[in-house]
Design a protein around this ligand. Structure first.
Ligand code: TXA
Ligand code: MG
Length: 333
């Protein structure tokens, strides 16, 4: 298992490992990241191996300041405006890759664009001390629920990495919102920790959207494969009644019929607050999964604001899973 160090004591030990091309799981404000030196082919290859992630799926390069972002990508005025509004924070900008970026081509899966994000807190401090961008996908095995605590990361991939930095539960709880900036226009590639309407307000223009697709060949943010965030249990959305033996993921005050029959129940936010629900989503899915129920029934969750990203993750958790390789421990297929 990985060694777990508290964030306050971990900076030097994490730097030592990263400088040797090894991986460290780190807290960010969104979810835990599995970090490696983005300029090292060895480190980046280790990230793909530890996650079991297909190499066509590019990684986010985490930067500590605007100068570092400008050395890696071509941050045009539209992108800069969003960076100024939301960085450091849960926004990832996909921009053109600079030919002399210095990051390993595996990071971008050979694309001519790069995903840039400036995280808050420990992650930013670490990048700043390393003086190189960190490649960091969410610290979970590919296709599984993202880790929002050091314990969840340990349980999922602890056997494959040397060290986990424990910064407590991540405050946002959903991954960053990904926006692609192209010819001055903005496209939403992944709903996330900053609501789309906030981004539109800051940008002064609409976010273009695309159809979701399950076909890897034309996936634009390849992490957006249909099945993702999958617990072992099956997931049933928009439940208005609970069947015997199901676990219930509740939201707000009104309960689904038969809730008293639920084998286990957790309420994402009894007061109906979407920010609180986002922060609880992944850890509650894990806990209900651990209850051993075959099905997790999920009450309807409003689509506004952060509800867009919450519903996106739930839809992927509920999606048919046959676009993924073999997995162990399935109770339902
Ligand atoms: O909050 C987050 O974004 C977390 C923390 C650790 O920073 N990271 C994260 O990474 O969620 P990951 O690898 O799980 O998701 C990154 C997504 C993937 O869907 C990937 O396909 C997409 O970003 N992506 C990366 N580079 C891209 C590019 N050049 N063009 C389009 N999509 C890209
Ligand atoms: Mg992920």
């Amino acid at each position: 298992m990985a060694e777990i160090l508290k964030a306050a004591d971990a900076l030097d030990a994490a730097l030592r490992l990263l400088r040797r091309g090894e991986l460290v799981a780190i807290p960010t404000e969104t979810v835990y990241g599995l970090a490696g030196d983005a300029t090292s082919g060895t480190a980046v290859a280790r990230i793909f191996d530890a996650k079991g992630r297909p190499r066509f799926n590019p990684l986010i390069a985490h930067v500590s300041d605007m100068d570092m972002a400008d050395r890696v990508g071509l941050v045009d005025p539209a992108a800069r405006r969003l960076a100024e509004a939301f960085w450091p924070g849960p926004l990832t900008l996909v921009v053109a890759l600079r030919p002399d970026a210095g990051i390993h081509p595996l990071v971008t899966a050979g694309l001519d664009s790069v995903a840039l994000r400036m995280p808050r807190g420990f992650g930013r401090e670490l990048v700043s001390r390393l003086e190189r961008p960190l490649a960091a996908p969410s610290a979970n095995r590919s296709g599984r629920i993202s880790g929002t605590t050091a314990e969840a990361v340990q349980a999922d991939i602890g056997q494959r990495i040397a060290m986990i930095v424990d910064g407590g539960a991540t405050p946002v709880g959903l991954e960053s919102t990904i926006v692609k900036v192209e010819d001055g226009r903005l496209r939403l590639l992944r709903a996330g920790g900053i609501a789309s309407d906030e981004i539109e307000a800051a940008a002064g223009m609409p976010l273009l959207r695309r159809e979701n697709t399950a076909a890897p060949a034309d996936v634009e943010a390849p992490g957006m494969l249909a099945s993702h965030y999958a617990p072992d249990a099956a997931v049933r959305l928009d439940a208005v009644e609970v069947h015997a033996g199901e676990a219930l993921l509740a939201f707000g005050q009104a309960r689904a019929d038969g809730a008293e029959r639920a084998a286990a129940m957790l309420n994402l936010s009894p007061r109906g607050d979407l920010r609180e629900a986002a922060a609880n989503l992944f850890s509650y899915l894990r806990r209900l999964d651990a209850s051993g129920a075959d099905v997790i029934a999920v009450e309807p969750i409003p689509a506004a604001g952060l509800g867009e990203a919450i519903n996106d993750r739930l839809a992927r958790a509920a999606a048919p899973r046959d676009n993924f390789g073999p997995r162990t421990g399935f109770r339902n297929r």
